[in-house]
Write a protein that binds this ligand. Structure first.
Ligand code: MLT
Ligand code: ZN
Length: 481
């Protein structure tokens, strides 16, 4: 089919409200917030139904038009941004934002891909249920994107990644076929679990249009503490002890370095710190929660932290005594990324290692990176309870930005090589997108990469789904397999 004819029919399929060529619509949807060059697209479409998505996909397939699926466009690796060739159609799920079903008995919610994460949390809460996926972009990211990137966030320790929260998916395949897997089953041992082909595939296999997600009892009681840790190793002892003494009720366990606290103090007058930043080199923000009403988790937290002080694991701690204080402690964690931006361009990594190797990772990477770039300011923070560290580096205060950027490749290699030697992952929660394509080829085994490419080839033989994401674009052909 001719491209012009296909575009004409795509517009007819989605109706006047479902497409745009207007630059005010297109430009923001082609920008990637982390600083890569913007893309270009031929058309922006936002179908209203699965049937419309299916029609668009079939037409694109027949006319060989690449498709870039897009949710809230809050990803960290440019996965929802088209390449600059101006040949692709951006397919936004934003108008497919209905909650199709919520069952308090089944503890499930069935949602369309364009539902905003915060709206799903809210719908669950209204039914006295809890949808635990929670991350910085929750007010604008969409569940389809969360599934496509297997998003993580602050509750993974207790509830798992997005992958663990999905029971069933509805997906439109590259040729327009609808794969209806909206099952609500916890047990279903009937061959390959196909939903996992699409979760974390970053839109390279098809379009996720709806999902059945797990819900949990709503956490009625919470207690949040901010702890000054004696040393890095002790954060792991605290986690192990807290899990044991709390009856495994720890829902978040976040590591914060002294430099991050200092940076918050420097740039955010509105945030009150529980200690002066110099109190310790490392801090942990820890939350315990339970669905039992009026459970005295404050006393439980006191008991845990008292034992931790006696064991020489922590030197000081503050337990929030009110909702306001709890929010104040979380505000520190939530500000870490923004305040670091005030200190100049940062070189970022989102890595994971087995939890007991975190201290080794941090010590080794700091030592080796400082050796090649004296004065660089390591800024490692994040989900230590998941083994996931956002290992960022701020520039030496006197080094010009241009000079600092020259270190990117070397620093990436140092960090990734250490992570690899510790049996870790170079991308723990942000995915591959377009920015980590080369790292995937380097740090996943040849066997794994070849198998991934074979699966991609089988599901998307024309290589039309989100080209250039996960794998290099023009280099992808069957001879390379
Ligand atoms: C976080 O956990 O704060 C984010 O995943 C890190 C980031 O935005 O770089
Ligand atoms: Zn994170």
């Amino acid at each position: 089919m001719q491209i012009d004819n296909a575009i004409h029919r795509i517009k007819a399929a989605v109706g006047a409200k479902g497409w745009s060529e207007n630059s005010t619509e297109l430009i923001p949807s082609m920008m990637y917030s982390v600083g890569c060059p913007p893309g270009e697209a031929k058309l922006f479409v936002s179908p209203l139904t699965t049937e419309e998505v299916s029609q668009v996909m079939a037409l694109c397939n027949q006319a060989n038009i690449p498709v870039v699926p897009q949710g809230g466009n809050t990803g960290m690796c440019g996965g929802a941004i088209p390449d600059p060739s101006k040949t692709s159609v951006i397919l936004s799920l934003r108008r497919m934002n209905n909650v199709r079903d919520l069952s308090t008995l089944d503890y499930t919610i069935t949602v369309e891909a364009g539902c905003i994460l915060q709206d799903i949390q809210g719908a669950a809460e209204q039914a006295n249920r809890f949808f635990p996926l929670s991350l910085g972009a929750e007010g604008s990211c969409q569940i389809g994107g969360n599934l496509a990137t297997n998003a993580g966030g602050i509750n993974v320790l207790r509830y798992g990644n997005t992958r663990d929260l999905a029971l069933g998916l509805e997906v439109v395949l590259p040729d327009g076929t609808v794969l209806n897997g909206l099952r609500r089953l916890k047990k279903d041992n009937t061959g390959y679990d196909l939903k996992h082909l699409f979760i974390g595939a970053e839109g390279t296999m098809g379009i996720i249009t709806a999902a059945v997600l797990k819900l949990f009892p709503y956490p009625q009681s919470r207690s949040t503490a901010f702890c000054a840790i004696v040393d890095l190793e002790s954060s792991l002892s605290l986690l192990a002890m807290a899990r044991e003494l709390s009856g495994d009720q720890i829902s978040s366990f976040e590591l914060i370095p002294r430099i991050a606290l200092e940076t918050v103090a420097k740039h955010r007058d509105d945030i009150q710190l529980p200690f002066s930043p110099g109190e310790a080199e490392w801090y942990v923000l820890m939350e315990i929660s339970t669905s039992r009403k009026n459970d005295d988790l404050g006393s439980l937290n006191e008991l845990i932290l008292g034992e931790a002080i006696d064991a020489g694991i922590i030197s000081n701690a503050v337990i929030a005594q009110s909702e306001k204080q709890k929010n104040g402690l979380w505000a520190i964690r939530e500000a870490l990324v923004e305040v670091q931006k005030e200190e100049g361009y940062s070189i970022k990594h989102d890595v994971s290692v087995p939890i007991n190797r975190i201290p080794e990772l941090i010590h080794l990477a700091c030592e080796r990176v400082l050796a090649i770039c004296p004065g660089i300011r390591p800024y490692p923070f994040g989900h230590v309870g998941d083994g996931n560290i956002h290992f960022n580096f701020s520039p030496p205060p006197t080094l010009p930005a241009k000079k600092f950027l020259e270190f990117i490749d070397q620093i990436n290699q140092i960090v990734y090589d250490i992570v690899d030697s510790l049996d870790g992952s170079f991308s723990a929660e942000h995915g591959i997108g377009q920015t980590k394509v080369a790292a995937l080829e380097t740090y996943r085994s040849a066997t794994e990469v070849a198998l991934m490419k074979n699966i991609k080839q089988l599901v998307d033989p024309r290589y039309l789904m989100n080209p250039g994401k996960l794998f290099p674009d023009p280099a992808f052909n069957s001879e390379a397999l």
